[in-house]
Design a protein around this ligand. Structure first.
Ligand code: CMP
Length: 159
């Protein structure tokens, strides 16, 4: 599995955590390593943890499916996924990366399927919590846009 440096912290916290539980404060050290959250204070990281849930997926699971409506936003805490669009290049995302933002931002169907490439651990945020976070955390919105700009450049290069 590809990991954040805090992967060991995540594994230490996991045994006491039931599937789909809210993350809680134990996860703050793990979230602090996620590039998307890098400018958030400890207080804001605690808030993110309080609205997020932990999900684990077996290898080969379609975490989101192209064409489905979007209900959540995901950050990869441990492991890697393949992003498989209906046409075009497959991409790989690794621990620390996020996915599932597009359908929430433009209220359109999922643009690609996202498939677990090995065992995967995610944090998931509901559509409404995601939209509240973006409204109240400008630094998070900025990081999200930065990554989207990079993804657009990469997609244009591979056209
Ligand atoms: P969404 O459309 O909600 O669901 C599929 C997700 O795959 C999408 O959001 C993005 O997070 C991700 N995705 C789609 N295209 C790319 C790409 N070219 N590079 C990286 N991630 C992508």
């Amino acid at each position: 599995m590809s990991q954040l440096a805090a992967g060991s912290t995540a594994r230490a916290v996991l045994p006491g955590q039931r599937e789909n539980d809210r993350m809680g404060h134990d996860w703050v050290a793990v979230l602090a390593e996620v590039p998307l959250f890098r400018n958030l204070s400890r207080r804001h990281l605690k808030h993110v943890a309080s609205v997020a849930r932990v999900r684990r997926y077996a290898t080969g699971t379609s975490i989101v499916r192209a064409g489905d409506p979007g209900s959540g936003f995901y950050v990869l805490i441990d492991g890697a996924v393949r992003v498989v669009p209906p046409s075009g290049r497959t991409r790989r995302l690794k621990a620390g990366d996020f996915f599932g933002e597009m359908a929430l931002l433009d209220e359109s169907p999922r643009s690609a399927s996202v498939v677990a490439d090995g065992e995967v651990l995610t944090m998931t945020i509901s559509r409404s919590a995601f939209s509240k976070l973006l409204k109240h955390e400008p630094s998070l919105t900025h990081e999200l846009l930065r990554t989207l700009a990079g993804r657009l450049r990469a997609a244009e290069k591979s056209d």
